[in-house]
Every structure is written in C-alpha cells, then in structure tokens.
Design a protein around this ligand. Structure first.
Ligand code: BMA
Length: 384
C-alpha cells in the first residue's frame, strides 16, 4: 500500500474512533448525570427534540383514578375523553418516605409501579412529584403542630430544611425517608430489568411559601443544599441513574426570582414552571414567564415544562383560547394539569362531572399538542 493511502486510512480510523468515543455524535445535549442510563439519555434527547415540535399533554394521576372510577386496568380519563393517553403521566409520592403503603392521595405505591411500567411500555413519559410530610413539625404532638398538621403544607417552622441537612437534628431520620424513596425507585424496572427513566420534581413551587421548602420558609442557600443533598443521595450514594431532575417554581415575574435557590446545571435537567389561571392577568404573566424560563433553559441546554397548570373558573374555552396560543409560542416540553379527585359523591349524581370540558378536544385536535400516539414513534427511550 502506498504511504499516502496508509496515512489516509489511519486518518479515517482515527475519525471513527473519535466519533464512537465522543458518544454525542448527534450533537444533542445530554442529562446532567454523566452516568445516566442509555434510556435516560435517549429520553432527554427525545424530549429536547419534541419540545421544538409541539407541546406534550400530561395529566397527574391519570392512570390511577378519575372522578368516578378508581384504579381500573388501562383506564385513563384522557383516553376515555379523547381516545388517547396523555404523553406524560404524572404520579405523586407523598408518604412514601414515611414507609406507608398508600400515598397521601390513597394511591397504592405497588399499583403506581404497575402503571408506571405500563406507561413506559407504551412509550409514554413519567413525571413524579413529592408532597412529603414536614420532617420537623410532623414529629410534634398534635396540640402544637402547625395549622396544616405536619403535612407538606405545614409552614409553621422555618427550621425544617436546616434540620434535615447534614448536621441537622433530623438528618438521620430524613436519610431513612430518602432510603425508602431510593428503594422504591429501584423497583421501577421493565420486564428485562432495565431501569425505567423518570422525571423527578420534588421540592416544587419554591417561589411560593406554602410548602416547608418554600421561599420564606428556608433560605435560598438551604434550598439549593437540600436539592444537592437529594441528588447526591440518589445518584452518588445509591447509584441510581435513571432520573432526570426538574427544577420548579410557582408563578414568578422575573428570571432573577425564578433562579433563586437554583442548585446548578451539574444537577438539573429541566427548568419548569407551575402557574394556575386565577384571573384576567394570567395570560400576560404566563407569556412573560414562559419567555424567560424557556430562553434560560435552552441557553443552559435544559428541558422545559409547564409542569402544573389549571384553567380559569367559568371559562369553558380556556384550553383553546388561553393555554394553547401561549404555550405554542415557546419550546415548552409538556403542560400538565392536576389530578381529577375521585369521590363517591360523583357516583351518586344523576349526571356525574365530565373529566374535561368540550374545549379540551380543540386542544387535543391541534397540531401543536402531542398525546401518546404522537410520541410513540420513534420510541423516546430507544429512539428507534
Ligand atoms: C394538591 C391537591 C391535594 C393533593 C396534593 C398531592 O395540589 O390535589 O389534594 O394531596 O396535590 O397530590
């Protein structure tokens, strides 16, 4: 072989080696966890691409119950109404840390695992919130507990976060809660034993002061430290690598307010926002907030979501006239509406409430919205 040909082949070989070992041949951003599983990396990349294409619909506890039914296999309010499942299914872990069998919303954690597996198998996305009890005030006698009785909403003490961080008097107890969380996450495996990727959004709505981790209830430094401790516990101590971590606030009016307490790009995968429509000013506020949150997320190579949103009372066309036009302007990964609380009272009614208003079909039929069918191919976890 001529010398020049040898050089050429050597060069091509080196290019190939660099290509294989760089692992990011497609140029798409990657999760913060350098050891994220293949499926988790693929989920991140798929969501990055999907958020340019449209906005996924997500619904909390969609697969666990509806207003008039409780845990029926394959049932979903979204599917009952539209014929398709939501792209993202939301689940809630409150009371898992306490070692209970059922969540604060009475959902069995074992059944939750079953539904997570089923949704993963269909190619759907899983997102998880955690309204855990207050680790400090829940230990107090009932007579001196705060107004919300030791729950996530008990904001009677500003010492809670400090008390569970390393060196705090509740640190060991919180490690036990975290251990239970890690144990449960480890049960999320498909039939081949592959860990199922999840989006985890604990300590949410930090800009509000209605949870024990809220903005006036702990300092921004304590909040960031709580996040760092949580990620390090799951990722480093427990070696769990199937999680995308979502940073989240309630309504905010500036980027500076949004970023208070941000634990860092080395931990977070998603910048998300929760905002419920409480009246006229909502449209403008949501528009402004989504603009700076999505711009910031994209500049940091992070995913985005409007991870909780809810319509305005007495506004039947809210989905198509308020939500859709605003979220369509920005690369928003998904919008998630909250749970449809089950009640026997609804069953006794002559005409039980519809799961959604008629206008939800306009949202469903829009080219901009993505339901399960529209994200099944290619599969978000295999990208094939
Ligand atoms: C809240 C309400 C509560 C519920 C909690 C956790 O916003 O829906 O009833 O317990 O979320 O899911």
């Amino acid at each position: 072989m001529k010398k020049s040909n040898i050089m050429k082949n050597l060069f091509l070989f080196l290019v190939l080696v660099v290509f294989i070992f760089s692992g990011c041949s497609d140029g798409l951003p990657l999760p913060a966890d350098k050891d994220a599983t293949k499926e988790t990396v693929n989920l991140f990349k798929s969501m990055w691409e999907l958020q340019q294409k449209g906005v996924m619909y997500g619904h909390q506890d969609d697969l666990m119950y509806g207003r008039t039914w409780w845990y029926e296999k394959d049932r979903s309010d979204t599917k009952d109404f539209t014929g398709d499942y939501p792209a993202a299914a939301g689940f809630e872990l409150g009371w898992l840390g306490l070692g209970r069998e059922r969540s604060l919303d009475s959902v069995s954690f074992t059944q939750m695992t079953e539904q997570i597996k089923a949704h993963y198998k269909r190619g759907g996305i899983i997102t998880i919130s955690w309204h855990e009890d207050n680790p400090l005030t829940s230990q107090l006698p009932d007579s001196i507990k705060g107004r919300r009785g030791g729950s996530a909403w008990d904001v009677s003490s500003t010492e809670v976060v400090a008390s569970i961080l390393p060196g705090g008097e509740n640190h060991e107890m919180y490690n036990v809660w975290m251990g239970r969380l890690a144990d449960w996450i480890e049960t999320l495996k498909d039939d081949d034993g592959i860990p199922i990727p999840i989006i985890f959004r604990p300590y949410h709505e930090h800009s509000g002061s209605f949870f024990w981790w809220g903005t006036d209830i702990c300092t921004d430094e304590e909040y960031a430290a709580l996040w760092r401790y949580t990620v390090e516990f799951l990722r480093d101590k427990r070696d769990i690598h199937n999680i995308l971590y979502a940073y989240n606030t309630d309504r905010v009016t500036s980027l500076e307010q949004y970023m208070r307490g941000y634990p860092g790009d080395d931990m977070m995968d998603m910048l998300s926002l929760d905002m419920y429509d409480r009246g006229e000013q909502f449209g403008g506020e949501l528009d402004a907030a989504l603009k700076f949150v999505t711009e910031e997320a994209i500049s940091r190579n992070k995913l985005t979501a409007l991870s909780e949103v809810g319509g305005r009372r007495g506004m039947p066309d809210w989905w198509s006239t308020v939500l859709l036009p605003i979220v369509s302007k920005y690369p928003v990964g998904y919008v998630l509406t909250w749970r449809h609380t089950y009640s026997k009272r609804f069953l006794r009614m002559e005409t039980p409430p519809q799961p959604f208003p008629e206008d939800f079909m306009n949202f469903y039929n829009s080219e901009k919205s993505l339901f399960l069918n529209e994200i099944q191919e290619p599969n978000v976890y295999t990208r094939k």
